[in-house]
Design a protein around this ligand. Structure first.
Ligand code: CUA
Length: 341
């Protein structure tokens, strides 16, 4: 008789092992947007609740599957009615109440830490040691303004390690959702409304995230990174961001071109280019990527200026039909300062 059973048991064991493998393999190196390796207190609190629910589910799974396997062995081949079918338990009040009350108790228990964490995470941190950043979602990039420092950055957010950061989220166009899985949960950026979230990084590192609300054709490419670094490195970055751009030679022509042709959408600090619809291009050479899609280097920047849509379909950046000479000047200007560091 037993030789008919192993197939099902083997299937259950295999599925359990596969589930275990899926959760065990692959950390943040392999999956940079993992929620399972928290790198700060906000994400850690969410993970605590997740772990609690996961282990509760493991206990329930083992209990239910254990009873199922037990029943299969114990009651197999024991027909109780004249037609050879087991007697139905329909209308058994004791059972009905039992399997209604037990899940209700489990849900009530889970609700306690869940509500606690929700209220903890929705607190708005205050104090002198809190770094404020105004985060604005655009189709299709993130803009960061540090009101206390006067610094603007795009896509790559820099924060000091061990500092609580208060993000004030808003949107310039449609609903986006700010999400850096290793640091915090998702909070929507909504036009005409300011939402808050806080996050903090325990260790220096680069944490990847992306827009988590469908917002248009290039939603999939609305990426971001949070770079957490020691306070002195962060301070050095701020000082560098506040330096006026150098000029001279071809970069000078490039600067003039950018101010004239791009200033409606882009800002260059210290010039009349003060557009806010697109990323701030001040100190563009220090950006690690172009529009979140390719590495920032002269060749890619040239390709981007020649045909933005081919690199990022749906981007708000139009093809400006620049000549090769204009592109050379603009690249020289945007990537100027590269030798300084
Ligand atoms: Cu912004 Cu999706």
């Amino acid at each position: 008789m037993l030789r008919h059973v192993p197939g099902r048991v083997v299937a259950i064991v295999l599925l359990t092992l596969m589930g275990g493998l899926l959760t065990a393999c692959g950390g943040a190196d392999e999956f940079p947007q993992t929620t399972l390796e928290s790198a700060g207190p906000n994400a850690a609190r969410i993970n605590d609740v997740y772990a609690l629910i996961w282990w509760a589910a493991v206990v329930v799974f083992i209990l239910v599957q254990g009873l199922l396997v037990y029943a299969i062995f114990k009651y197999r081949g024991e027909p109780k009615t004249a037609h050879g079918r087991p007697i139905p338990v329909h209308g058994n009040n004791k059972l009905e109440i039992l399997w209604t009350v037990i899940p209700a108790i489990i849900l009530a228990i889970i609700a306690v830490p869940t509500l606690q964490v929700i209220s903890e995470l929705s607190e708005i941190p205050t104090g002198d040691d809190v770094l404020q950043i105004e985060v604005t979602g655009h189709q299709f990039f993130w803009n960061y303004y540090y009101p206390d420092l006067g610094v603007t950055a795009t896509n790559e957010m820099r924060i000091p390690v061990g500092t609580r950061v208060d993000l004030r989220l808003q949107s310039a166009d449609v609903i986006h959702s700010f999400w850096v899985p290793q640091l915090a949960g998702k909070v929507d950026a909504i036009p005409g409304q300011q939402n808050h979230m806080w996050l903090e990084a325990n260790e220096p590192g680069t944490y990847h995230g992306q827009c988590a609300e469908f917002c248009g054709l290039a939603h999939y490419n609305m990426l971001l990174t949070v770079v957490a670094e020691p306070q002195q490195d962060f301070d050095a970055w701020v000082a560098m961001m506040l330096e006026p751009p150098e000029d001279g030679g071809d970069p000078e022509r490039g600067l003039q071109l950018v101010v004239q042709m791009c200033g409606a959408c882009h800002t260059i600090d210290g010039t009349t280019a003060q557009g806010v619809a697109a990323p701030n291009l001040t100190d563009y050479w220090q950006y690690s990527d172009i529009a979140g899609v390719v590495d920032n280097n002269p060749d890619n920047l040239r390709a981007w200026l020649e045909d933005p849509q081919s690199l990022k379909p749906g981007t708000g950046m139009p093809n400006m039909n620049l000549t090769d000479a204009q592109i050379d000047d603009i690249v020289a200007f945007l990537l100027d300062n590269e030798e300084d560091n």
